[in-house]
Design a protein around this ligand. Structure first.
Ligand SMILES: *Cc1c(COP(=O)(O)O)cnc(C)c1O
Length: 482
């Protein structure tokens, strides 16, 4: 190969490389660009009711897509293992300050780690910080509305790493009422003596009694960690009870009701933990335990672009507009709930204090898996979920619906009444498909009938066309094109 100027690659290729680095995505990679375009279309034309999802603002996505992606900064502000960190130090400190402010916390009493990559690694960092290997943890069971990371395992298998590396004993909701069974938790905690109790949920429509949870933790000398992943936006806006008063540690994701980019936060207490019998103060030592567990224990370089996005989201979370948004999230969830109750559906616990509801389909004679498939075909996104008392986790009988994402698009109560009607039509169709099949037909056959039955496909198309026309009337937050 003939090379010019002593350069080891051809000038032509090098010029082309330099152009590649400046091309926009649409030019550089039409395959990925087109997939993103299709996803954008799905988000605009569909009804997004997945309770853990939201639409981040344009400013959040701009920060996330910024040059902060490029910087390594292992360590913490002022003590990094890399040079050139003056601006990421400023950013991380700003993010910490806003995180404390957004929850009304005194920096003498609380600190925060803003580096966790997401909610699951944040939780795992807390466990490794305060629980010894094979130490004991109690969290709400997954089929009862808890999260995988709270220690999920089945009779046959330990599923979550939390249950593999720690000893997990779940607590449950009451199978009839659907409310957390605090009495049973208390009895079992007295026997199990956990080191950590987790108050937090992924599918629970009621407020948690943090005072009761703290009392149970104290009885056993356990830490109370509240995992507010789902409700952290509602907490920041002050429209649901805050876990901070009663918790030693609070973890959260930043991309659910908080409406930031995907990341995690861990808040920890500082100062006096308790006073012993002789009047001696016992101090918390969570700050160094948690910071060391995140880095260097579990993670490497912080995702500075994500920290930038979280900082922006936290600023937005302190505005009156955000409080209005969260107030509307609650109102919309109630409108959806009452809309479905009016159509004759049963809602677990009879309603909701927060952003989500769990629809119990047992009395209708169908289940969550089948209804979810039909709704998805109609451009309505939600997910199947077990209901309290479900015999098998393999055939969950409920559907989980949340109002945060659609509320970000500007929908109000009357719009959610309309959404309830669309859901009802999808479920009616589910029942029709089911009654055309053998009552024992497996889900696979149901999906086949849905996809291949001409009559059913026509019904799906009718609903979907109306859903798409309705959904596309509402603006979509985020970057204009992508
Ligand atoms: C979503 C969720 C998490 C995990 O968050 P990821 O960012 O998906 O890892 C943890 N805890 C609870 C309660 C959640 O709902």
């Amino acid at each position: 190969m003939s090379l010019t100027n002593g350069q080891s690659v051809s000038k032509e290729t090098w010029d082309s490389h330099n152009k590649m680095m400046l091309d926009p995505l649409s030019v550089s990679d039409s395959e990925v660009f087109n997939i993103i375009k299709k996803e954008k279309h799905r988000q605009i034309y569909g009804l997004e009711l997945i309770a853990s999802e939201n639409f981040a603002s344009r400013a959040v996505l701009e920060a996330l897509g910024s040059c902060m992606n490029n910087k390594y900064s292992e360590g913490y502000p002022g003590q990094r293992y890399y040079g050139g960190t003056e601006h990421v130090d400023e950013l991380e400190r700003l993010c910490q300050k806003r995180a404390l402010e957004a929850y009304g916390l005194d920096s003498e009493k609380w600190g925060v780690n803003v580096q966790p990559y997401s909610g699951s690694p944040a939780n795992f960092a807390v466990y490794t910080a305060v629980v010894e290997p094979h130490g004991r943890i109690m969290g709400l069971d997954l089929p009862d509305g808890g999260h995988l990371t709270h220690g999920f395992m089945t009779e046959k298998k330990k599923i979550s790493a939390t249950s593999i590396f720690f000893e997990s004993m779940p607590y449950k909701v009451h199978p009839e009422t659907g409310y957390i069974d605090y009495d049973r938790l208390q009895d079992n905690a007295r026997l199990f003596h956990p080191k950590l109790i987790i108050a937090g949920t992924s599918c629970y429509s009621r407020n948690i009694d943090y005072a009761r949870m703290k009392q149970i933790a104290n009885e056993n000398g356990a830490y109370l960690m509240s995992d507010m992943a789902h409700i952290s936006g509602l907490v920041a806006a002050g429209v649901v009870p805050s876990p901070f008063e009663y918790s030693d540690i609070v973890s959260t994701t930043t991309h659910k009701t908080l409406r930031g980019c995907r990341a995690g936060l861990i808040f920890y207490r500082k100062g006096v933990r308790s006073v012993d019998a002789k009047g001696k103060e016992i101090l918390y030592n969570l700050e160094s335990l948690i910071n060391q567990a995140v880095f260097p224990g579990l993670q490497g370089g912080p995702h500075n672009h994500a920290i930038a996005g979280v900082a922006v989201a936290l600023k937005q979370a302190m505005t009156p507009e955000f409080k209005a948004y969260q107030t509307q999230v609650l109102a919309n969830c109630k409108a959806l709930s009452s809309g479905l109750i009016d159509q004759g559906y049963k809602i677990v616990t009879g309603g909701s204090d927060n952003h989500l509801i769990l629809l119990d389909l047992r009395s209708k004679g169908t289940d969550g898996g089948r209804a979810e498939k039909v709704l998805e075909a109609c451009a309505i996104a939600c997910n199947k979920n077990t209901c309290p008392g479900d015999k098998s986790a393999l055939r969950p009988s409920g559907l989980r619906f949340g109002s945060p994402a659609l509320t970000s698009r500007g929908l109000v109560e009357d719009d959610f009444k309309k959404v309830a009607e669309f859901i009802h039509r999808g479920i009616v169709l589910t029942l029709e498909i089911q009654s055309s099949l053998d009552p024992k037909a497996p889900l696979r056959e149901f999906i086949q009938a849905l996809a291949q039955g001409e009559k059913f496909q026509q019904r799906v198309a009718e609903i979907k066309t109306e859903v798409e026309a309705f959904a596309s009337r509402f603006p979509m937050p985020g970057l204009p094109e992508l």
